[in-house]
Design a protein around this ligand. Structure first.
Ligand code: VGL
Ligand code: ZN
Length: 211
């Protein structure tokens, strides 16, 4: 597969808290870094996202008395999984993993900073209507095809890919450059949505070899 000048690599949430030892560690989450570094030189445009929550964010179990991490609750915008506190603004857990080295990235987009609403997707918050601004950024810069890597496959990577499709953008997930949380069938559920929405799944080797 050939990468063209209007393609963008979206590197989702490669932050300490999603890597081994972090507050919401994705199993083998740090293994996304090597394949991301291998594919990054192919892209003329790279955007990083950063999960960026205030300390009392509504997605944290600790914000809801009596609730435990990984319980679900109903919020005005739908069902919300409650997570351990993670990616709190200004903490070490919210920093990018120290091995991630993408100084050429053109934008760092922070999301999840509104106390009362979570934002898995890089495009819209979890109400599916509050924009992050990324769609406008890509449109204004003429960036059309979205390639996704990072954490977590079944949450922020997957939601971002589905929203890209809703916006009419071709979306490709680099499967080997992503790792899943896999909570209560979340991988199977999101892959069923990928099939309906037309999210393509690729191995990064597919276009590294063909150049
Ligand atoms: C994420 C759960 C909570 C992610 C972020 O980056 O996939 N998952 N916040
Ligand atoms: Zn989060």
């Amino acid at each position: 597969m050939l990468i063209d000048p209007n393609d963008v690599l979206l590197v989702i949430d490669v932050q300490n808290d999603f890597c081994p030892g972090g507050a919401l560690a994705v199993p083998r989450g740090d293994e996304v870094i090597a394949p991301i570094h291998r594919i990054a030189p192919r892209f003329q445009h790279i955007v990083l996202t950063q999960d960026w929550h205030p300390p009392n964010h509504f997605s944290f179990a600790a914000s809801h008395p009596g609730k435990q991490p990984y319980d679900s609750i109903d919020l005005p915008y739908g069902t919300q999984v409650l997570w351990p506190p993670h990616c709190v603004q200004g903490t070490r857990g919210a920093e990018f993993h120290p091995a991630l080295h993408l100084p050429q990235a053109e934008l760092i987009l922070r999301k999840g900073f509104r106390t009362q609403i979570d934002s898995y997707s890089a495009f819209f918050e979890n109400d599916h209507s509050t924009p992050t601004g990324l769609a406008g950024y890509l449109r204004e810069r003429g960036l059309t095809r979205v390639f996704l890597a990072g954490l977590a496959y079944d949450y922020c990577v997957g939601y971002s890919a589905l929203d890209a499709r809703r916006l009419g953008l071709p979306a490709f997930i680099l499967r080997d450059a992503s790792r899943a949380i896999d909570l209560n069938g979340s991988v199977a559920a999101i892959e069923a949505e990928f099939a309906i929405a037309g999210v393509a799944i690729l191995e990064s080797s597919e276009f590294i070899e063909t150049g």
